[in-house]
Design a protein around this ligand. Structure first.
Ligand code: NDP
Length: 446
């Protein structure tokens, strides 16, 4: 890293020492920016790095709610509005006990560059709470969401900040949040994306992140004269992103042999397709059960507390959470002959794991490019809301596909320009950064 970039990075660590996930996300981006800063001195002159690492606004708030035993519980809510240089703030809400300001800042920082790569006018933000929806009753989840929105509504709006889902926030939670927002402001505006189809949601939004990740993998494979068809794939997680990654992989003729949750993973060498895939959707979306039940139902191996990465595969789709591929996992994947790793989750690979993939020369699709289909389709939902129309499934899927092809093209072309062809980490970081940096310069010093 250029000495100057290192100095700015050190200042981040010094200012906020207790936020390792945020430091990791900044380092991953900064590692690639030195050549762009050397080529374009205007960025350094305008102190873009110093400005871009500081959120425009951070909101932390109390979320009191009453549980089913009539006890008052107090959770903590967050919204970090990181950067609005290219459009209204946009990024999901995460409800998970691990949430604190460092997680929200890492996700918000990633979101700036991801949103820029989609080509749509969306700034970067993220939010959430340390509330754990797991094991809560329907009414507890509803009361929590209502209380959360009772503060959040002051800070969001269709032209200001448009949140969406993430871990622990799916269609059910978005519905309760939206209902409360409407109660408070007396307006039906598209303030959230991921809404139900009956009240302004977009077709393909639930599928978008998973489908987009597979479209990105397809493009990476095409460059190498390979295709998805016939490939053995491992997928981690079993939530929204994992489910629709599996669906698209099945449609394109691959075989998916693993899924996981935070308790362990399943290995089904015959493939998770047909009735077995339908079972996963029902288990996770309706019963809200554990992936272990799949192993019991279909008599396959359940691996408690184990991730899928020791299972031999050609394509790997980490789609659960951050830092789920560590150095050793990456080495195992490479030793077992993996051809491509495509990040459906945000920052699932540690920086050491990424180095191993890049050194091995496999196709590596970083999250900010590979999982951008979710937010891109949220952008399409915003467009449909603004025009008061609904596009067909085919129309939205076509646009999503085009956006993923374009993101791949941008990242690939930039990796060529900067002399490291096929390094999508470099291509995505510089590609995402330059548009935001240019917009910041154009709008003066703020
Ligand atoms: P869901 O809540 O639907 O699913 C999350 C899955 O990951 C669950 O299977 C969950 O298991 C597992 N998981 C969560 N935390 C951990 C953990 N600490 N260790 C092991 N497993 C864990 O979330 P999504 O599918 O929406 O999100 C998955 C990833 O994709 C996240 O990184 C998210 O930021 C990213 N992403 C999501 C987008 C979207 O549109 N939803 C868009 C872009 C990125 P369990 O049930 O046991 O908690």
């Amino acid at each position: 890293m250029l000495q100057y970039v290192e100095k700015v990075y050190d200042s981040v660590v010094e200012k906020d020492p207790g936020q390792p996930e945020f430091h990791q996300a900044v380092k991953e981006v900064f590692n690639n920016l030195a050549p762009a800063l050397e080529k374009h001195p205007i960025y350094r002159k305008n102190k873009i790095l110093e400005r871009i690492i500081e959120p425009e606004r951070q909101i932390i708030f109390r979320v009191p709610w009453v549980d089913d035993d009539d006890e008052i519980q107090v959770s903590r809510g967050f919204r970090v509005q990181f950067n609005s240089a290219i459009g209204p703030y946009k990024g999901g809400l995460r409800f998970h006990p691990s949430v604190y300001i460092g997680i929200i800042k890492f996700l918000g920082f990633e979101q700036i560059f991801k949103n820029s790569l989609t080509g749509l006018p969306m700034g970067g933000a993220k939010g959430g709470s340390d509330f754990d929806p797991k094991g809560k009753s329907e009414m507890e989840v509803m009361r929590f969401c209502q209380s959360f929105m009772t503060e959040l509504y002051r800070h969001v709006g269709p032209e200001t900040d448009v949140p969406a889902g993430d871990i622990g926030v799916g269609g059910r939670e978005i519905g309760y949040l939206y209902g409360q927002y409407k109660q408070l402001v007396n307006r039906s505006d598209g303030v959230l994306t991921g809404k139900g189809l009956e009240y302004g949601g977009s077709l393909i939004r639930p599928e978008a992140t998973g489908y987009g990740s597979v479209y990105f993998a397809k493009e990476m494979l095409k460059v190498r004269g390979e295709e998805i068809k016939g490939k053995i794939c491992t997928v981690s997680g079993s939530g929204n992103v994992a489910q629709y990654t599996v669906e698209k992989l099945n449609q394109l003729g691959a075989k998916v042999v693993t899924l996981s949750d935070s308790d362990g993973s399943i290995y089904d060498p015959d493939g998770i397709s047909g009735e077995k895939f339908k079972y996963v959707l029902e288990l996770k979306q309706i019963k809200r059960g554990r992936i272990k039940e799949y192993a019991e139902e279909f008599n396959v191996e359940y691996r408690p507390n184990k991730r899928p990465w020791d299972i031999k595969c050609e394509l790997a789709f980490p789609s659960a959470t951050e830092n789920e591929i560590e150095r050793e996992d990456a080495q195992t994947l490479v030793d077992n002959g993996v051809i491509a790793v495509c990040e459906g989750a945000n920052m699932p690979s540690t920086n050491e794991a990424i180095d191993i993939f890049l050194e091995a020369g496999i196709a590596f699709g970083p999250g900010k490019a590979a999982n951008a289909g979710g937010v891109a389709t949220s952008g399409l939902e915003m467009a449909q809301n603004a025009m008061r129309i609904s596009w067909s499934r085919e129309e939205v899927d076509k646009r999503l596909h085009e956006i993923m092809v374009n993101i791949h093209k941008t990242a690939y072309e930039i990796s060529n320009i900067y002399g490291d062809p096929g390094n999508y980490v470099l291509g995505a970081n510089i590609g995402g950064f330059r548009k935001v940096a240019d917009a910041m310069i154009a709008q003066g010093h703020w």
